[in-house]
Design a protein around this ligand. Structure first.
Ligand code: CTP
Length: 409
């Protein structure tokens, strides 16, 4: 089941090939997809909405103004992983290319941000018309996958191009569109996440509010995009993303050891952990008693700045740091980028609504070593992770050639 968990919208427009969309829905369902069908008025002349409703187990949206449906022109594409138009008429191609929005489906198409696959079907003469070909070219230039129709006997009795693409071609195009990018293949990412805990005594520690979600999101995104990933995590409640090598640590010192040992392996290091800046100078081996009084003093020693050490020991690795701030994010983050010798810093205001520790979203400012600043609005941490990875790819240096061989054969 190649499409398990995928939400698809299938747009059916008014061509005789509309009956083939019924078979396509069954194939998509068999592969595990959740399919919602949208039909144009003309498509309803060839196949009834009831056919698709019965198969897909979802209401079929046909009317922009139907009161009982909750704005399907917005909600359907927002939730979709891909939209397929099969069959697509010459009229639909024209409306899509020109951005016309005079019915539900064409209006919906203006809200599609996921992959769009269009499979035209029409008589050969229409397919070859300059207007149709110009619209196809416009759509392709915009990143839409338009599947050329196939040659063969047409409904008109003629023979020529115009038949709806075979189901297997539509399925292949869909798989291709849904396949995750593999632009991190060949990279080895070392990423830290979560807080560290610094013991005061066997039952108490100093720590911070980091949940680890940002570092785990970076690890997952890079893995899905083809990287080998080592995730060095302080204590969190999160589970490791599939395929990621997870190393648990507790203290800043343990995190430091693991990261420095793995630095030579890596090509990119993302330091998303909230490392404790101080640790108790003399942790007690026995539980400290309160003895009814105040605790007047807890001597603290600074921890080493791991990122700074990584920056001093690295060869070609791209180094990414985070700057958790509560004010003047750009100024503080820029200063940290320089002080720690980083390639990129992700500054965020941890005091802002919806941002920072524990939250599933984050509004970040990305500052790179060339001084380029990218302000990103409030995003799910997973989407922010993808933005960070996109920028890191632009900062990767060409690998140094290995040094001269020290003898041997
Ligand atoms: N960091 C680190 N080692 C430390 C402290 C922080 O490697 N001992 C890293 C963090 O993982 C983060 C970056 O340095 O990527 C910035 O951390 P932050 O806490 O924002 O800054 P600090 O350097 O600790 O400065 P300050 O606390 O004064 O803001």
């Amino acid at each position: 089941m190649k499409l398990t968990g995928k939400r698809l919208v299938l747009g059916v427009t008014g061509s005789i090939a509309a009956y083939k969309a019924v078979g396509l829905v069954r194939t998509l369902l068999r592969e595990g997809a959740d399919v919602s069908v949208v039909m144009t008025q003309a498509a309803g002349r060839f196949v009834t909405p009831l056919t698709f409703e019965t198969l897909s187990k979802h209401p079929v949206a046909t009317d922009l103004f139907a009161a009982q449906q909750d704005m399907p022109h917005l909600t359907l594409p927002e939730r979709a992983d891909a939209v397929i138009v099969a069959p697509a008429t010459a009229n639909l191609l024209a409306k899509c290319a020109l951005g016309l929005a005079d019915d539900l489906f064409s209006t919906m198409l203006l809200n599609v941000t996921c992959p769009l696959i269009v499979a035209p079907a029409m008589d050969g003469g229409m397919w070859h018309h300059q207007a149709v070909q110009a619209h196809v070219a416009t759509l392709r230039a915009r990143g839409v996958t338009v599947l050329d129709p196939e040659e063969g006997p047409l409904a008109s009795g003629r023979i020529g191009p115009g038949r709806l693409a075979e189901e297997s071609r539509i399925m292949d195009a869909l798989e291709q569109a849904l396949a995750p990018r593999q632009d991190w293949a060949g990279q080895r990412l070392l990423v830290s996440a979560g807080p560290t805990q610094e013991a005061i005594d066997p039952v108490r520690y100093l720590s911070n509010r980091s949940s680890g979600k940002m570092g785990y999101a970076v690890a997952q995104a890079a893995r899905e995009r083809g990287a080998a990933v080592s995730l060095v995590s302080g204590p969190t409640t999160l589970t490791a993303p599939p395929g990621v090598d997870l190393i648990h640590v507790i203290t800043a010192e343990e995190m430091q050891k693991v990261l420095l040992a793995r630095l030579p392996w890596s090509t990119v290091v993302v330091m998303a952990a909230a490392v404790a800046d101080f640790r108790p100078l003399r942790p007690s081996s026995a539980k400290l008693k309160k003895d009814g009084g105040y605790w007047k003093k807890l001597d603290l020693a600074p921890t080493d700045d791991i990122l700074h050490q990584l920056s001093q020991q690295r060869r070609d690795q791209v180094l990414v740091g985070f700057a958790a701030e509560t004010e003047s994010v750009l100024a503080h983050a820029t200063a940290k980028l320089k002080r720690k010798g980083l390639d990129l810093i992700v500054g965020n205001n941890v005091a802002a609504e919806g941002s920072g520790f524990g939250s599933d979203t984050n509004a970040a400012t990305l500052i790179d070593r060339n001084g380029q600043v990218r302000e990103l609005g409030l995003l799910p941490k997973r989407e922010l992770a993808d933005h960070i990875l996109d920028v890191v790819l632009t900062l990767i240096r060409p690998r140094r050639k290995p040094g001269p061989s020290k003898g041997g054969t």
